[in-house]
Design a protein around this ligand. Structure first.
Ligand SMILES: [Cu+2]
Length: 114
């Protein structure tokens, strides 16, 4: 029984994909940070990541962000939010392909407050 439990845990860990290799090491704004304003959305990866989709939601719903980084695999991804975002809680969701071709995804959130 102990062996079976261990096997299931390993399966759960590896099936997320994110634990073994490239992931968003740091973001701007930092996850769970409270900031006065946001000029840029940045994600830094420990290995090149091809970010295939990124979306942001805020207190008023979907926020249109403009990719500055194209579809190349990068260790630093940038996108620009519209100016003058209202105060509130925001969440960024992204999907990508890591350098070994595995589909990856992640999310981070921050709060804008004066
Ligand atoms: Cu992988």
């Amino acid at each position: 029984m102990r062996l079976i439990t261990f096997a299931l845990l390993v399966l759960a860990a590896t099936s997320t994909g994110a634990l073994a290799h490239s992931k968003a090491e740091q973001t701007t704004p930092a996850n769970e940070a409270t900031v006065a304003s946001v000029d840029v959305i940045e994600m830094r990866f420990d290995d090149p990541m091809r970010v295939t989709a990124i979306s942001m939601t805020g207190p008023d719903g979907d926020v249109a962000i403009a990719r500055e980084t194209g579809m190349d695999a990068v260790t630093e991804f940038r996108a620009l939010p519209p100016a003058g975002l209202p105060d509130g809680a925001y969440t960024v969701d992204w999907r990508g392909l890591s350098s070994d071709g595995h589909p990856m995804q992640g999310t981070f959130g921050f709060t804008i407050a004066d």
